[in-house]
Design a binder for this molecule. Sequence first.
Ligand SMILES: *[C@@H]1O[C@H](CO)[C@@H](O)[C@H](O)[C@H]1NC(C)=O
Ligand SMILES: *[C@@H]1O[C@H](CO)[C@@H](O)[C@H](O)[C@H]1NC(C)=O
Length: 379
Amino acid sequence: MVEILKDNPPTARQPLKGLYISARLLSLVFNIPLWTLYYALFPRPRASWTVKEAVLVRLFRYLMPLNALCKLAPQTLDKTREVPESELKETSFVWLQPVDETLLKGAAKDTKVEPVKIPGYIWPKATPIPADGSLVGLWIHGGGYMMGNGSENFPEGDVARQVFRHTKIEHILSVDYRVSSEACHPAQLQDALAAYSHLVNTIGVSPSRIFLFGACSGGHLVLLLLRYLYEEKVLPMPGSVMLFSPWVDMQIDLDIAAKKCGPRPNHDIDMLAASYYANLRFLGHHPISFLSSPYGSANRAPPGSYKSYPRTFISVGDAEAFQRECTELYTLMHNDGVDVTLDVQVDAVHDFYGSGPLMPHDTARANVTKRLVNWMRGK
Ligand SMILES: *[C@@H]1O[C@H](CO)[C@@H](O)[C@H](O)[C@H]1NC(C)=O
Ligand SMILES: *[C@@H]1O[C@H](CO)[C@@H](O)[C@H](O)[C@H]1NC(C)=O
């Protein structure tokens, strides 16, 4: 176990970093034609995928480890910069003030990580979120806690865009929380809490009108925030929760690396390539046991500890590596009497709802939207 607990592989430093990245990128010149030929001639991982889809999924899986192995933080920019309106078409920029110290207890308190001011974005543009009875979404983007941002220009913002366009949610706040190259845990929890408290305390939105939602590691942060609200009761729980391909289990990445268990289901066909380096960087100076706690791995919370959780919609694909942990989470919540829905789309890969036309496939996305709309109507 000991030797795997280093958060810096040799590829995180020069010159290996540059060499490794160049080699991976250069090899695409051969790999893309090879994969194309292969998937044209032989059965694809799922018969419903086109050759292009099969190649794209493979390409994502091939490039994704670069973030973890080379400590890259793509699509994450300086969070002290106010993004000008000219760079935004659908949203407006808003500053979210550092979360009030009185809301910080237990897991959100740390001697080394302090609350800071962070960027937020609101849908629709130039329309402040009102305190009236509108339905308001709080969106948390994904990216393995390593990459991405909360702006409309980050591709996965498509989740928020679809929810905004197709459901009765009238306003959405997207939080641009700190990723682990900027600060480790509990920075992400502090920032998510800052956004939630901005809605509840600053604007005065009723928590029961709030839909807290996230994708991938954003789904993990949703679950982290919920667990914190459940444990510390600093603010009421939101009325509803939506999780899209959420990362649920942080412990399993270490267990897999230490060969204590087999790989995740679909790990060899999904676009996701998980790495425990992401978990260790998120963890920072905190004890490793945090990863298997209900904060780190919501599927490892004891039965009974989901009572009083809000109504929840979980979306996952059946070709995705997170399928099992999503099902475990669903079962725990369901057994605790939570009003929880699990929607599994056939042949869909990780983050299919937030990956636009790149990923298989359009029907799955349309199905989820339809199901979401019905779910909001109470069906
Ligand atoms: C967010 O990501 C998009 C897409 O890569 C990028 O164009 C944009 O500059 C990023 N914005 C911020 C504020 O990080
Ligand atoms: C979408 O829903 C239809 C009907 O409910 C179903 O037959 C189909 O398999 C679904 N598509 C996917 C990709 O799951």
